[in-house]
Design a protein around this ligand. Structure first.
Ligand code: FES
Ligand SMILES: [Fe+2]
Length: 445
């Protein structure tokens, strides 16, 4: 039975402001959303060897993710079965298992209890076999990441992240590795932070450097192919510099080599000729380097060319040609969010990268941020403050340009209402998509 949700999105194009700061609403998310969703817990580059572990924290829960062997990564509740001490903090490598620092109980990498000191002093019923092993947490690996879910009754990861999973598999997302990893503390609600990235409506005002004359030539007006190519190259440079990646510098250089290309006089044909030539050149160069690189024109032909994927609730992949940016958001409080950004690219197959170092957490106005996140971050604290004004009641959404915000918020409501997975899965299929062009859709509840 669905439970009434306070401040629910009752009109699909209006979002009540309390959802972004009300402590009771936040509590509901802590109880009913986060314990039931698949969460990106760490990148697999952080777990290259057997015994490597990472602690993943979400709200007041701590999970340890550990590599058991070359193909097996498992997760456990990070708490000793004796008196509850956290077994590990941060990350590291264990040789033969976990040892609790308090009284020395031991557990294997498979979570099985292997040692209790002064065993005879405990009653038998407190040391029942199985009852003193670490409590397992659902864990799956996909696209170069370990994913956890605190709900043993949840559908598989794949069921919960389609259709993004199929496209990102076709694009060999599993072959990407981290080039860098940054983290920001944002003084805003986690949903507000995500929603700054899931519409394109803000781009012209917030990112004025992306207004490029010549990039979208009129269909019937005067078309100049040199202006068009210059604008395309300028766009790639601005995106690459602006994100310190996403469009990888290698791909920008490959595009530069096409500067003298002859294009048809018709603007539509000119665009498709340019896209095709650039896809070919990028595919060829990466394959020559020994990278697991899909054929970008094949992907285009199959419709697998969206540059943006949301994996509900908190992970994003933004593929551009060979490489990508990825985002992860975690709430730290009703009005505080940890956002991490990875720059992902391809390396020769079999190449092992050094373990990535966890980032220092920067404030959102830190001067070290690349230009595009700086611009996105500049609005967020002002928006969180503006929401509190008595004269503001709800966000009014464009049905076409901001539909993904509505779809996302109403899917959150589905979890808060305690709907069963059979009802939630169709909604997840409407949000695990490229959000940039999504209109408001019927989620079925
Ligand atoms: S709490 Fe872990 S051994 Fe006592
Ligand atoms: Fe932006």
């Amino acid at each position: 039975m669905a439970v009434p949700v306070p401040y629910a999105v009752e009109h699909a194009d209006r979002v009540p402001k309390e959802r972004y700061f009300d402590p009771g609403f936040y509590e509901l998310e802590c109880e009913l959303l986060w314990p039931r969703v698949w969460q990106m817990a760490c990148r697999l580059e952080e777990l290259p060897g057997v015994g490597d572990f990472v602690e993943y924290e979400i709200l007041d829960q701590s999970v340890v993710v550990v590599r058991v062997d070359a193909t097996d990564v498992r997760a456990f509740q990070n708490t000793c079965r004796h008196r509850g001490v956290k077994l590990v903090e941060g990350r590291g490598t264990i040789d033969s298992g976990f040892t609790c620092p308090f009284h020395g109980w031991c557990y294997g990498v498979d979570g099985a209890n292997t040692f209790v000191s002064q065993k005879r002093t405990f009653a038998e019923h407190n040391l029942q076999p199985g009852d003193i092993d670490l409590v397992p947490v659902r864990c799956e690996t996909w696209a170069g990441c370990a994913w956890i879910n605190l709900d043993h009754g949840a559908p598989s990861l794949r069921e919960c992240i389609e259709p993004a999973a199929t496209t990102l598999d076709a694009w060999n997302a599993d072959a990407l590795q981290a080039e860098w990893w940054y983290a920001a503390r944002l003084p805003v609600n986690w949903k507000l932070a995500e929603e700054a990235f899931i519409e394109q409506y803000h781009v012209l005002e917030t990112h004025p450097q992306l207004r490029l004359p010549g990039r979208y030539p009129p269909r019937n007006g005067q078309f100049d192919s040199r202006t068009f190519v210059d604008a395309e190259l300028e766009y790639l440079h601005v995106m690459s510099d602006g994100m310190a990646g996403m469009v990888h510098a290698d791909d920008v250089r490959i595009a530069e080599e096409l500067r003298g290309i002859e294009l048809p006089a018709d603007p539509v044909l000119a665009r498709s000729t340019w896209d095709h030539a650039l896809n070919d050149a990028v595919t060829r160069w990466h394959r020559e380097q020994g990278h697991a690189m899909p054929d970008l024109n094949d992907l285009d032909a199959q419709g697998f060319n969206e540059p943006f994927w949301h994996l509900f609730p908190h992970y994003f992949v933004l593929p551009m040609y060979s490489s990508a940016s990825a985002y992860r958001f975690r709430p730290l409080g009703p009005e505080e969010t940890l956002m991490e950004i990875w720059s992902l690219t391809r390396f020769p197959e079999g190449h092992t990268r050094p373990k990535p170092t966890p980032p220092e957490i920067w404030e959102c106005d830190d001067e070290r941020w690349p230009p595009i996140p700086t611009q996105d971050f500049s609005n967020l604290p002002r928006q969180q403050k503006g929401l509190h004004n008595k004269g503001f009641e709800f966000m009014r959404l464009s049905e076409t340009a901001e539909g993904s915000i509505s779809n996302f918020e109403r899917t959150v409501d589905g979890f808060l209402a305690g709907l069963p997975y059979e009802k939630l899965l169709p909604a997840l299929r409407s949000v695990n998509v490229d959000p940039l062009e999504m209109p408001i859709v019927d989620l079925g509840f």
